[in-house]
Design a binder for this molecule. Structure first.
Ligand code: SAM
Ligand code: DTB
Ligand code: SF4
Length: 334
């Protein structure tokens, strides 16, 4: 008797890997509510279980297409919906991108992230950005892009060109999202993330705080990120940089300790992720940045500019890491 024919197809499949434990929002709120010293202690324990706690990764960011974006993200100086003084530019020529990548490498960056202010790339754009990935990769740098929404085919094309990471943020909790962005839905973002994951790219996905949201929304954002299966390899935590002309300019700034808590909770719930202390460092003093590292942040954007706003000067970052006795990933002592 042919046993195969009588066994249901599902029984022939390999057993599914154990499901990643899901975080409930209330469990994450409980973490947020811990006394700060207890929260930092737990975050350090998790951090040291997976990383060298004295090592920081440097990523450099380049805006390859600035301003004039069709989306209406309420925090963003590059949206065409707001008058912020950021001029709409064209896609940067390949040679300039490669030059900037080489300069970043010379300064110690190991990852080069290219960002474009698009709703999503057009076919002509895809030809040009895949060429950029090939050339930057050939310099020996890890590559990351953030170009807006992708479909499955675009994600595969970027993977085929050699892209390592794709950055696409969930930004905030689903319940608060509609207050900030009207032109693309939360589900649109989840769909792009699924295409990126299915194409075999590593996922860089985080959010932004200081939008006037409450702690429950910050916990909701972390729950969304931590419950992605698998959770992102890289998690940027941005603190709102208030830009005149955006609807969010004038928002009450977030308590700095609440920012530190958000980093710590991201570390605890996503133990193996690189947690990146992203936008907002220029507005933080050095002691606060050190607290973020203690909370488990282990990556920063390095270079004088983010996309359109200021970032600390490279020399200042080097001096800070030196004072903290921290090393740069891929180098000797800082
Ligand atoms: N246009 C692409 C997109 O949104 O998909 C990629 C670039 S966009 C600038 C990447 C992220 O930067 C946003 O999701 C947001 O979290 C962060 N960001 C943008 N403007 C910011 C600001 N003023 N302050 C802090 N973070 C900001
Ligand atoms: C991310 O989460 N933060 C970076 C990167 N991904 C592309 C961008 C920060 C932008 C800050 C505002 C600006 O400089 O325009
Ligand atoms: Fe456009 Fe990205 Fe800015 Fe939103 S965050 S307006 S999609 S550049």
């Amino acid at each position: 008797m042919n046993t195969i024919a009588t066994v249901p197809l599902s029984a022939l499949k390999r057993p599914a890997p154990p499901a990643q434990p899901r975080w409930r929002v209330d469990e994450i709120e409980t973490l947020f509510a811990l006394p700060l010293m207890d929260l930092l202690y737990r975050a350090q324990q998790v951090h040291r279980g997976h990383f060298d706690a004295n090592e920081i990764q440097l990523s450099t960011l380049l805006s390859i297409k600035t301003g004039g974006c069709a989306e209406d993200c309420g925090y963003c100086p590059q949206s065409a919906h707001f008058d912020t003084g950021v001029a709409a530019g064209k896609l940067m020529p390949l040679e300039e991108v490669v030059e900037a990548a080489q300069a970043a490498k010379d300064q110690g960056a190991t990852r080069f992230c290219m960002g474009a202010a698009w709703r999503s790339p057009k076919p002509r754009d895809m030809e040009r950005v895949t060429e950029m990935v090939r050339e930057v990769k050939a310099l020996g740098l890890e590559t990351c892009m953030t170009l807006g929404m992708l479909d499955a085919e675009q994600a595969r094309a970027l993977k085929d060109a050699g892209l390592d990471y794709y950055n696409h943020n969930l930004d905030t909790a689903p319940e608060y999202y509609g207050r900030i962005i009207g032109t693309r839905t939360y589900q649109d973002r989840l769909d792009t993330l699924a295409h990126v994951r299915n194409a075999g790219l590593s996922v860089c996905c985080g959010g932004i705080v200081g939008l006037g949201e409450g702690r429950s929304h910050r916990a909701g954002l972390i729950a969304q990120l931590a419950n992605l299966d698998p959770y992102p390899e890289s998690v940027p935590i941005n603190n709102l940089v208030q830009v005149e002309g955006t609807p969010l300019a004038g928002t009450d700034p977030l308590d700095p300790f609440e920012f530190v808590r958000t980093v710590a909770v991201a570390r605890i719930t996503m133990p193996r992720a690189m947690v990146r202390l992203s936008a907002g460092r220029e507005q933080m003093d050095e002691a606060l940045q050190a607290l973020c590292f203690l909370a488990g942040a282990n990556s920063i954007f390095y270079g004088d500019k983010l996309l359109t706003t200021a970032n600390p000067q490279g020399a200042r970052d080097r001096a800070l890491l030196d004072r903290l006795g921290m090393r740069v990933q891929g180098e000797g002592a800082a």
